[in-house]
Design a binder for this molecule. Structure first.
Ligand SMILES: [Fe+2]
Length: 154
């Protein structure tokens, strides 16, 4: 079994080549995002995210170690640390860079401008994943709206 970091590095080095026919996969739609799973192996689930233009995704958390690899667009990330909100403007220098792995429960959110944003979301679970799911479903925080409610209710 490969280590999570080896799986992630191989996926990026491949040019983000997706796996075909991941069980249970589809396009996951919310009011702010469309996403789909692109790699599932061991404890790792990698999901391609489109963040729609001019949206605000409020701070939330996930039940897995979490990281975002920026590809394009004009997002501003926000993290809650010690009760204070910190912002990060993503630039070309961030493209393809593996950022800090956020521990389980760390709260974060995004704003987008007119370009929206493309990210890979990387999940590292405590145990091997047998039922891979979108980060939009494994989402602890305020709803993005009725489409998100419907997705989480399924
Ligand atoms: Fe998130």
């Amino acid at each position: 079994m490969r280590e999570p970091i080896d799986i992630i590095e191989t996926f990026i080095a491949s040019g983000y080549r997706p796996q075909a026919r991941i069980p249970g996969n589809r396009v996951f739609l919310t009011d702010n995002t469309a996403s789909t799973l692109v790699w599932v192996e061991g404890r790792v689930v990698i999901e391609l995210y489109l963040l729609f233009p001019n949206t605000v995704t409020e701070p939330h958390a996930h039940p897995f170690i979490n990281q975002m690899v920026f590809i394009s667009g004009d997002p501003v990330g926000l993290k809650v640390e010690d009760g204070r909100v910190r912002h990060k403007v993503f630039t070309d220098a961030d493209i393809g860079v593996m950022g800090r792995f956020m521990p389980i429960g760390d709260r974060h959110g995004f704003n987008t401008g007119p370009l929206g944003a493309v990210f890979y979301n990387i999940q590292i679970w405590p145990e091997n994943v047998t039922d891979p799911r979108s980060a939009a479903i494994e989402f602890l925080g305020p709803s993005m709206g009725p489409l998100h409610d419907a997705l989480r209710a399924q």
